[in-house]
Design a binder for this molecule. Structure first.
Ligand code: NAD
Length: 376
């Protein structure tokens, strides 16, 4: 049973899908592990550390050859997997909606592609959830990125030279990333408020010591669909939300947006007119920029300035904390594979009908088999 750890090829991707700790654990389960040379460099893990953990280190062809399971952070270019073993598992964040052609190519290669972002949001799968582990770090980093762009301090400071007032920071979208953004901004001393379409988040906002900003008394208020995800909101709700946000946003120094709707473009939460209503020197961080953006004028991979307001659109924010992001991602993959480890055959077995397997498996036997993807 051979596990291959691929070096990421996507531009700007610094993470790696296994760290020495998880390599040791796989070896402890009886697997052999082969790591592509240089796979961990950008996450501060030298090849030597993998070797010391019990892995072989080699080039891509040697790592892929005869591998039963290939681990990646993002989906590899199918062309780089030539010679892959039939039925080998490819376990990574495969961006199935955004990279549909690749999914078809993995099927054609005979791989069983497993998309970790399709992990169901059930208690049993919490420790396997890459979206949570990575969003948590992205929410933290978004606040630091905002602080770095902001030409003022976050906390109130009473000094001999006078008082510096606290920054007002507004978080839009209170999922995993938003909650961490609130907590981080509070620790830095900002005055924090937050909003979401899911009413359940109000309590969570309050429990972190922030102020909830919510649309009340509008039809379609609930906003929570299956698995705790947001749904697309009614036009009436969107109009009420835009009005509330308009008045609130003009008073903010920092806005962090995190709103996503799975399988759809990110909802537009801030218009160009609302950006223009903010004071010069204000900062907006759009964590949804790669999904189309919550903020009009945000550009993926850039920090743009519009009327003195900086709009930060870093791509792949979790990768900006590559060492921790890799460690958590690697544990998510290990937790997934080890939970299904069959001691007799010395490999993971995902029975048909298992909620987790059915959710994450995209391809098998040359076909795309994932219900969610096929119905999209
Ligand atoms: P997400 O990344 O899909 O979206 C971020 C947030 O944006 C969500 O809170 C969403 O409600 C919000 N949003 C969407 N449209 C919006 C709009 N128009 N205006 C304002 N906000 C909007 O969300 P997430 O971080 O993945 O979390 C979604 C839920 O799933 C949370 O309740 C989270 O606790 C839960 N969750 C459960 C598990 C588990 O049980 N294994 C794992 C992770 C997350």
């Amino acid at each position: 049973m051979k596990i291959a750890v691929l070096k990421e090829q996507a531009p700007g991707e610094r993470r790696v899908a296994a760290v020495p700790e998880t390599v040791k654990k796989f070896v402890g389960l009886g697997a052999t592990v082969a790591v592509e040379a240089g796979a961990g460099i950008a996450a501060s893990v030298p090849d030597q550390s993998y070797a010391e953990a019990g892995a072989a280190v080699g080039d891509r062809a040697s790592v892929v050859a005869n591998a039963d399971i290939l681990l990646g952070v993002q989906g590899p270019d199918p062309a780089s997997l030539a010679g892959i073993k039939q039925g080998a598992w490819l376990v990574a964040g495969l961006n199935p909606f955004g990279e549909r052609a690749r999914v078809d190519a993995y099927a054609a290669l005979g791989a069983e592609a497993m998309a970790m972002e399709f992990m169901p949001r059930i208690t049993r799968a919490q420790s396997m959830d890459i979206l949570s582990s990575q969003s948590n770090l992205a929410g933290y980093k978004a606040v630091l990125d905002a602080a770095a762009e902001y030409g003022r301090a976050f906390p109130m400071m009473m000094t001999a030279a006078g008082t510096v007032s606290a920054a007002r920071l507004f978080v839009m979208g209170v999922g995993v990333a938003g909650l961490q953004a609130i907590a981080t901004a509070r620790r830095l001393g900002a005055q924090v408020s937050a909003t979401d379409v899911r009413a359940a988040t109000k309590e969570q906002i309050l429990s972190l010591g922030a102020k909830p900003i919510f649309v009340e008394n509008v039809a379609g208020i609930e906003g929570e669909g299956s698995g705790g995800y947001a749904t697309e909101m009614s036009d009436e709700y969107k109009a009420a939300q835009a009005e509330l946000v308009s008045s609130h946003i003009a008073k903010q120094d920092i806005v962090i947006t995190t709103a996503l709707i799975p399988g759809r473009p990110a909802p537009r939460l801030i218009s160009a007119a609302q950006v223009a209503s903010m004071k010069p020197g204000s900062v907006i961080v759009d964590l949804a920029v790669e999904a189309g953006g919550n903020v009009e004028g945000a550009v993926a991979g850039e920090v743009v300035e519009v009327g003195g307001v900086r709009i930060v659109g870093h791509r792949n924010v979790a990768s900006r904390l590559a060492a921790d992001a890799s460690a958590l991602f690697a544990r998510n993959l290990f937790n997934f594979l080890s939970a299904f480890w069959d001691k007799d055959s010395g490999r993971p077995v995902l029975a048909d009908g298992d909620e987790i397997g059915d959710a994450v498996r995209l391809t098998r036997g040359g076909q795309v088999v994932n219900a969610r993807l096929l119905s999209a």
